[in-house]
Structure formats: C-alpha cells, structure tokens
Design a binder for this molecule. Structure first.
Ligand code: SF4
Ligand code: SF4
Length: 453
C-alpha cells in the first residue's frame, strides 16, 4: 500500500470571511429546519409526520396516502434534477454548504475546536500518550459529539412517531424497542460519519464526488486558483522588487484551512468539496499584502483561460444544459401541482362479498353484497351520499348517508339490487358513486361488477 492511501487526520485551520459566514448560516438554517420541524403543529396535529401504521404522510395541511406516493416520487425526481442543475451552475456548492455530511462535520469540528483548542493543540493532544488530562478532554469533546448525535437520532424518530410522545416516553422510560433501535442507529451513523470519518466520507465514500465531473462543463463555476496572476509564487520581501513575481506569496494558508487537505493551486481535484474556505483564507492574505482579492475565487474554466470575460459569466449560465434541466424541473413541478389540484377527494376500494355470488330478494330481484372502504382525503369532515349506477333500475338496498371524519377511513357493507331483466346471466359493469353533501363539487366513482342470474 502506498503512503498516499493511508488516511491522515486533517486539522483544518479556522478561517473567517464571507463564505465562512454563509456556511455558518447554512448550518444554522438546516439544523433549525431539521430539529424544529417535528415540533410544529398544524390543525392540532404534528405538521410533518410520517404515520407508518396509519399509512399516511402529513405535510402541514396535506395528507398523502399510499395511492399518493407518486407525489413523493415526483419530489425525488425534482430534487435529483435540481442537484444536476445546481452542479452544472455552481459545481459542488451543495457539498460545501448544505450536504448533511458537511453540515454535521462542521458541527463536530466546532465542538472539537471549542473543547480541544486550535489545530496545533489538537494535533499535540492526539500525539500525546494517554493521560488523565487527555482522557478528560477527549471524553468531553466526544461526549458532546455523541450527545448531539443522540439529538439527531431522537429527531429522526420524532418524524415517524409524534415527537412529544417520544419525548414523554423517553422521560418515563417507556420508549419502544424499535424507537430505541432507530434512535441509536441514526445517532451512531451521525457520530461515525461526521464525528469520526469526516472528510474521508467525501473523499472515499460519496458517489456524487465520482460522477459530478460529467455534470461540469467549461462554464461551471468552481473554486479556482488564478495561476496567471499568482505565478511565479514566492514570498514577497520588502527588499526585493515585486516585479516578475506573482501575487501568491506561497504562505500555504489555503492548504491549511482546507478540510480535505488539498492544494487548490494544483488545479481542480475531485476531493474539493467547494467549501470556499481557501477563498476566504487567500482573500485575507491578499488584504494583508495590499493585492486585490480573488486570487482564489469562484470562476469558470472558460473565464480562467481568458476565453470568456468575467462579466460574461452570468450570461453564460443560461446555456442549453441548464435550460434543459430548468425545463425538466418546471415540467415535474407543474405536473405535480396539476395532479395535486385534481387529486381525488375520496379513495374508494370495493371488495365483492365472497360468501355468496348472487341471491334473490323477496320481491324477485337479484342481490350482490359488497364491502366499501372509504377514505376521506380532505382536511374537513364530509357528509357523503353513496349510490350505484350502470344498470337500469339498479339500487342500493339502503342508500346510506355517512359522515366521514377528516383524513380518516370507514368501512361499510352494501347490498346492491337489480331486476332480473336488467341483470341477465354473467357479470355486468357497475359503478359506485360517492358524492359529498358538504361540498357537492367533491365526488368520486369506483368501478365494479354485478353478477346476474
Ligand atoms: S493563500 Fe493565497 S497567497 Fe497563500 S499560498 Fe494560497 S494562493 Fe498563495
Ligand atoms: S480546495 Fe478550497 S474549496 Fe476545495 S475543499 Fe479545499 S478549502 Fe474547500
């Protein structure tokens, strides 16, 4: 095995600047959303709740049933195209600012920096033999990381079981075995991936890093070193004339702040997650030596090669590949919205009574039995009239009017009767109708068969 294959722990130096500020904001916003969403209530119920036993997904006022999972598929397709779109525009900006792995690694690094100190102190601590002091410091930092990981696991379970119930069950010691399993499973993954493996996940495990190259083109914005301006690199000494030297003073700060430990001056590498820490670091150096910022900056291959003026970069964002991705996203979005608007107000499952095929009533008519499972997908209770059609004179023995609670299921037994003249031998297509008396525009029908003599 070559020495390059041995993972070396990286101690990135803290950097400050506008991109670091954006990363902090991204961490806070994503965690606020992830940790806060389960605690929101909507119409007296948890706003976002994957109710697996009830086969329902509650998203604020909207309830999705298994029949509606086409919307989840559409959402996943939309997210995949959005990732392609975003990558074509701005490279791995997703990785650097909002990928959960980056966000959690950033939080773990905050904890580590807070407890263990600056990179040099952390390196010295790691190299030092085990002692009570090392045990105390390491125990504290990893204890805090594990505590945070447990919070993420608790929150995950709170999306599937009402979070207040999970909290109460935790407090009184009645949390179920499955809830414990998923809580610890997710917490374990958070700690392992973000607290231990960190940037190794981005470098060696993430498939996105491997195939992102095919989504790039010469007009994609990536973190780039301006070699034409920076080279030949070297220290600027006051006694020397600056003429003939590039702006790179070869201070190595851009490498020291890089979480994946690469030197962006060697060109774009798959390990680069686009976090822009090197941009902030180099801007600070440029400020100190009185040179313009942007020796390392977000730029395109075409602009770096002088084929496109920097002012033309925004215009070239609207290129065919980006337009195609945009059009696909619009199609998926518009299709999903249209389907959502035309969504059936009731779900009706019809099951023929297997106990008897057909029987004769006292007045000589033919009768079939059915079980109807009715789901009210509306957020309000619905008073509904059931009916049947499809054969002359066909009728329900009882024409029940039911009240369906909001987003709830009811099962009802029905007897359908038809005259022997209209229902000859064999099976005949019929249709059950459900019409809302509360909102008459809401109606639904479901096909079935009637067995004749
Ligand atoms: S931070 Fe800037 S000046 Fe320093 S080595 Fe990197 S590119 Fe050169
Ligand atoms: S090279 Fe720069 S942008 Fe890329 S990972 Fe390293 S610090 Fe982040």
């Amino acid at each position: 095995m070559s020495t390059q294959a041995i993972p070396i722990k990286i101690y990135p130096r803290l950097t400050r600047g506008r991109f670091n500020n954006w990363r902090v904001i991204a961490v806070l916003v994503t965690q606020l959303v992830y940790l806060g969403l389960p605690w929101l209530t909507w119409n007296g119920r948890q706003a976002v709740w994957f109710d697996l036993p009830g086969n329902q997904l509650h998203l604020f006022g909207l309830t999705l049933w298994p029949q509606d999972f086409v919307y989840l598929a559409a959402l996943l397709i939309f997210c995949a195209i959005a990732l392609f779109w975003w990558t074509a525009l701005a490279g791995r900006l997703w990785c650097g600012f909002s990928c959960p792995q980056t966000v959690y690694t950033e939080i773990m690094t905050w904890i580590e920096r807070w407890v263990e100190g600056k990179p040099r102190q952390r390196q010295a601590l790691d190299a030092a033999p085990w002692s009570l002091r090392k045990l105390r410091i390491k125990g504290t930092s990893h204890g805090l990381m594990i505590a945070f990981s447990l919070v993420t696991g608790f929150t995950l379970v709170g999306y599937f079981v009402p979070v207040r119930e999970v909290a109460a069950a935790l407090l009184d010691g009645t949390l179920s075995g499955w809830a414990w399993f998923w809580l610890l499973f997710y917490a374990g993954f958070t700690y392992l991936l973000a607290g231990r493996l960190r940037e190794s996940v981005c470098k060696h495990m993430c498939p996105y890093a491997r195939f992102q190259g095919v989504m790039f083109d010469p007009d994609t914005l990536v973190v780039s070193y301006d070699a034409a301006r920076g080279e030949p690199r070297g220290a600027h000494r006051k006694s020397e004339s600056a003429s003939g030297r590039g702006d790179c003073v070869d201070c190595g700060v851009c490498v020291q702040v890089c979480p994946t430990g690469i030197d962006i001056r060697a060109g774009l590498q798959y390990e680069c997650i686009g976090c822009a820490a090197c941009v902030d670091a180099c801007d600070t150096v440029m400020d100190k030596i009185g040179a313009p910022r942007g020796l390392i900056r977000f730029a395109t291959e075409n602009s770096m090669a002088g084929r496109v003026a920097a002012s033309d970069i925004p215009r070239r964002m609207l290129r065919p590949r980006v337009m195609v991705y945009s059009a696909l996203m619009l199609v998926v979005l518009a299709g999903s919205m249209a389907m959502l608007l035309l969504r059936t107000p009731f779900i009706v499952d019809v099951l023929r009574d297997r106990a008897f095929l057909v029987r004769e009533t006292n007045d000589g008519w033919l009768e079939n039995g059915y079980t109807l499972r009715l789901v009210n997908t509306q957020a309000s209770p619905q008073r509904v009239q059931l009916g049947v059609e499809g054969l002359p004179g066909i009728r329900l023995a009882d024409a029940p009017v039911l009240t369906l609670p909001p987003q709830a299921t009811r099962t009802v037994q029905l007897r359908v009767q038809a005259s022997p003249e209209s229902a000859g031998s064999g099976s005949h297509p019929i249709r059950f109708t459900v019409v809302s008396l509360t909102e008459p525009a809401l109606r639904h029908s479901e096909d079935s068969r009637f067995i004749g003599e």
